[in-house]
Design a protein around this ligand. Structure first.
Ligand code: SF4
Ligand code: SF4
Length: 383
């Protein structure tokens, strides 16, 4: 069974080796030979999304993506790069923690007795290509919750079957700020295999035994010192290109000390409570459970579905809504994400991917909101 770094895998670090661009298909062939269903980035409906992928030619070759608050546009780059773009709307989250799935089912037998059956997650070896550093950080947070805090069998089964092939981010979007959260743009472990895309090919490094086996099936050669320098310069450039950042201060204490700040009402004037930010966030995992009865009354399926702190029902308790308006819901989202997660998981719930900024229909930027709420009194927002 494949393993992925982060839960019991052998972690190894080796000198990167080089895969020529024209040999990239060999990676897909090696995955197919290993029995993996491969999921990777493709252009669909004007965005780069993860979907089943068996051929290198289906990668977003020559595409880039321009992102800004409330805006995402594909751009043609006019080159052969496959991974010269920052994350699209999806993270690993939907692959491991399904937007909706049955947990168990109750059935009435012929004798009238009711029987309960657990719905196990289907087992399937899956490899995901082009996972970015921010999403690996989010995955580590989900592992903390679903493997160690809750021991969720549906997540655990999919996680055990997952092989990770990460890619260093060479072209962060304007909305990215993973440098300031310490989560990117370079991949530094927590994956099976990692690639750095250069103009003529890819540096390949393995971090686990499964990653090493895959690497050894590829037609690699030694990387030249120039290629290693080029990779280093590319990552330095990617770091420098990020201008957005999370305020560098104790946001947990500052947020909880400012629960009555007027900024919460101001952001609520713009926020639509649509929950897009939560849906695209790689770390948010709030959900609800409900039963779906068969029309003939013989069976009922117990479903788990993604939910959001922006929905009214999410705060329904003992006959009343604890968070009746957008002001209290947005405040809940930000204070939990940037504050409460420190107490629950030992770090912020934000990995700096910027998706909530890009995919917010009104362009609300959580770094600006955190800076405004947490600015010391008498100061303007922290730049
Ligand atoms: S809060 Fe926003 S920037 Fe942070 S991890 Fe979630 S989607 Fe990404
Ligand atoms: S912050 Fe933006 S994406 Fe999130 S609920 Fe409000 S309007 Fe929707």
């Amino acid at each position: 069974m494949p393993s992925a770094a982060g839960h019991g895998a052998i972690v190894m670090k080796a000198r990167p080796r080089f895969l020529p661009r024209e040999a990239l298909q060999s990676l897909f062939e090696a995955l197919a030979a290993g029995g993996y269903r491969c999921v990777g980035p493709q252009v669909r409906d004007g965005a780069i999304v993860y979907a089943d992928l068996s051929d290198a030619s289906a990668l977003p070759v020559g595409f880039g993506a321009r992102q800004a608050p409330g805006e995402y546009r594909l751009e043609e780059r006019g080159d052969q790069r496959c991974f010269a773009w920052a994350n699209g709307p999806q993270a690993l989250k939907p692959l491991l923690f399904r937007p909706q799935e049955p947990l168990w089912q109750a059935r009435r037998g012929a004798d009238g007795r009711i029987q309960f059956e657990s719905a196990a997650a289907p087992r399937e070896r899956r490899a995901v290509i082009s996972v970015r550093a921010c999403d690996l950080a989010a995955l580590a947070l989900h592992d903390k919750h679903f493997l160690h805090k809750e021991r969720d069998p549906w997540y655990a089964a999919r996680r055990a079957d997952l092989l990770l092939i990460a890619v260093d981010c060479s072209h962060p979007a304007d909305t990215c700020f993973c440098v300031s959260t310490g989560d990117g743009p370079a991949v530094e472990g927590e994956t099976d295999l990692a690639l750095t895309e250069l103009d003529r090919g890819f540096l390949v490094r393995a971090y686990t035994a499964e990653g090493a086996a895959l690497r050894d099936a590829l037609p690699l050669r030694e990387a030249t010192p120039e290629e290693l320098d080029e990779a280093e310069a590319q990552i330095a450039q990617a770091r420098q290109s990020q201008t957005r950042r999370m305020p560098d201060r104790n946001l947990r204490d500052a947020l909880f000390a400012n629960l009555d700040h007027p900024r919460w009402a101001e952001v609520a004037e713009r926020c639509l409570s649509c929950g897009n930010c939560v849906a695209v966030c790689p770390t948010c995992f709030c959900h609800t459970e409900r039963d779906l009865g068969a029309l003939d009354g013989t069976a009922s399926t117990h479903l788990r579905r993604w939910d959001s702190c922006f929905s009214a029902e999410h705060s329904y308790l003992h006959g009343r809504l604890l968070r009746p308006d957008t002001r209290t819901r947005y405040r809940q989202w930000l204070t939990h994400k940037l504050g409460g997660w420190h107490d629950q998981y030992g770090r912020s719930g934000c990995v700096g991917c910027g998706r909530c900024i890009t995919w917010c229909p009104v362009g609300i930027d959580l770094t600006e909101e955190a800076a405004a709420v947490c600015a010391p009194s008498g100061e303007g927002p922290v730049p």
